[in-house]
Design a protein around this ligand. Structure first.
Ligand code: CMP
Length: 135
């Protein structure tokens, strides 16, 4: 079994609720087991730590502003091959390049507003799960 971290990024008003219901429904049908689930307002220091690998990138400030701009849905998932399976379900980082029917294809507006985040590998998953949910 493998663990991964999935996050529904802030969206506007009722859209967040709708997006969360649709995405969680989709996760159930793909057999993933949800181990942690909470809607939370993340503080900026935590978000800067979370996205620390992008600290030197020009979009870092905009990315952190976006994530602290409203509550996110934080989800821990567990299943076989969880990291890759979830990455396939959400599609490419840029919604314009995401495969048809993936979460970012359906809900992502742009590269910076791409609806969801999923851990890139098992090391990132362990770090992100510990940051968000504690050890
Ligand atoms: P995410 O999977 O959450 O990981 C880092 C995020 O940075 C990514 O999704 C995008 O939302 C954002 N991102 C990556 N590249 C760019 C870029 N060139 N311009 C703006 N945002 C970006």
């Amino acid at each position: 079994m493998q663990k991964t971290y999935f996050m529904i990024k802030p969206e506007i008003g009722a859209a967040a609720d709708h997006l969360t219901r649709v995405v969680l429904g989709g996760l159930h049908t793909t057999g993933k087991s949800i181990t942690n689930l909470a809607m939370r307002q993340l503080d900026r220091a935590l978000v800067e730590d979370f996205y620390g690998e992008h600290k030197e990138r020009p979009f870092f400030g905009e990315l952190c502003d976006y994530i602290v701009g409203g509550p996110v849905v934080t989800i821990g998932l567990e299943r076989e091959n969880a990291v890759l399976a979830l990455r396939e379900l959400i599609g490419a980082t840029n919604p314009e390049e995401a495969a048809i029917g993936t979460i970012r294809d359906l809900f992502g507006a742009s590269l910076s507003n791409n609806a969801v985040h999923a851990s890139a590998n098992t090391e990132d998953a362990a770090r992100e799960l510990a940051l968000i949910f504690g050890k």
